[in-house]
Write a protein that binds this ligand. Structure first.
Ligand code: BGC
Length: 252
């Protein structure tokens, strides 16, 4: 059975957001619903929020979930910004069990990238695309010829002897009370390092900072074209739904 509407959910550091997505157009159907991320964000606490989002929309169809860590066949492999009880846990199985629905889980930055490449800033670009989501952590996704190389964790390259994410995330900007210019200089150095290693043709900036790109874009000096994510903060929800489409077309 082909689904036209899929519920997309994005598990973030501060909020868990969901909305039904029109898969053909790549748009949200109605208002998204947000619940603050539980603290600690243990598997049971997060699963309970997922159930609440499903109840809110009275949802009965397939669900796609973007998760802030490496996901291999539904299993969580890293947990830099979420409770460590998630490590090696089958998140997909857990969410299927608590919801009774077909659920598929993927990395949150991969979800945002899928949405931007299909519907947004990366549409029709065949060359190498790097998307970085800048929020509580730094998420990255890489594409070539429109195809995803999953789970690349370039937010954790060691830069200046430090995990890059600790130095350049939006959380770092807030924690260290950096001005936009100070933060942009760090972000520029980080992008230059990624460019030195990967040479993407296009860099898409997603996550919370994507709507503030006027405050930092003048400070970026990479050769690649740099653009904000056109789907802004909705990319994670839309991409999660999109990835579930592939699975639910097979399941149902
Ligand atoms: C995680 C990534 C995730 C990113 C954004 C990083 O700390 O390692 O898997 O995509 O945060 O949530």
């Amino acid at each position: 059975m082909k689904f036209k509407k899929i519920l997309g959910i994005d598990i973030g550091g501060s909020g868990i957001k969901g909305a039904p997505v029109n898969i053909k157009k790549g748009t949200l159907i109605g208002e998204r619903y947000r619940i603050p991320t539980p603290d600690p964000a243990t598997p049971d606490a997060v699963a309970e929020v997922i159930v609440q989002i499903i109840k809110h929309f009275k949802w009965e169809g397939p669900v796609g979930v973007g998760f802030p860590g490496v996901i291999q066949s539904g299993v969580v492999r890293t947990a830099a910004n979420i409770d460590h009880a998630w490590l090696d846990l089958d998140a997909q199985k857990l969410f299927k069990k608590v919801t009774g629905l077909p659920v598929s889980v993927l990395n949150d930055a991969d979800a945002a990238g899928l949405a931007e490449v299909k519907y947004g800033a990366g549409r029709k670009i065949k060359g190498a695309i790097l998307l970085t989501t800048v929020g509580t952590g730094i998420g990255t996704s890489l594409f070539t010829r429109g195809k995803l190389f999953p789970n690349c964790e370039l937010g954790h390259i060691i830069y200046n002897g430090m995990d890059a994410e600790t130095w350049v995330s939006d959380a770092a900007r807030k924690r260290e009370a950096l001005s936009w210019e100070e933060w942009a200089q760090r972000f520029n150095e980080y992008l230059l390092e990624l460019e030195r290693l990967f040479w993407p043709e296009l860099i898409i900036i997603g996550g919370g900072v994507s709507k503030k790109d006027k405050k930092f874009s003048d400070f970026l000096s990479v050769k690649a074209k740099v653009v904000p994510a056109t789907l802004l903060n909705e990319a994670g929800i839309i991409g999660a739904a999109l990835s579930a489409k592939v699975n639910s077309d097979q399941i149902m």
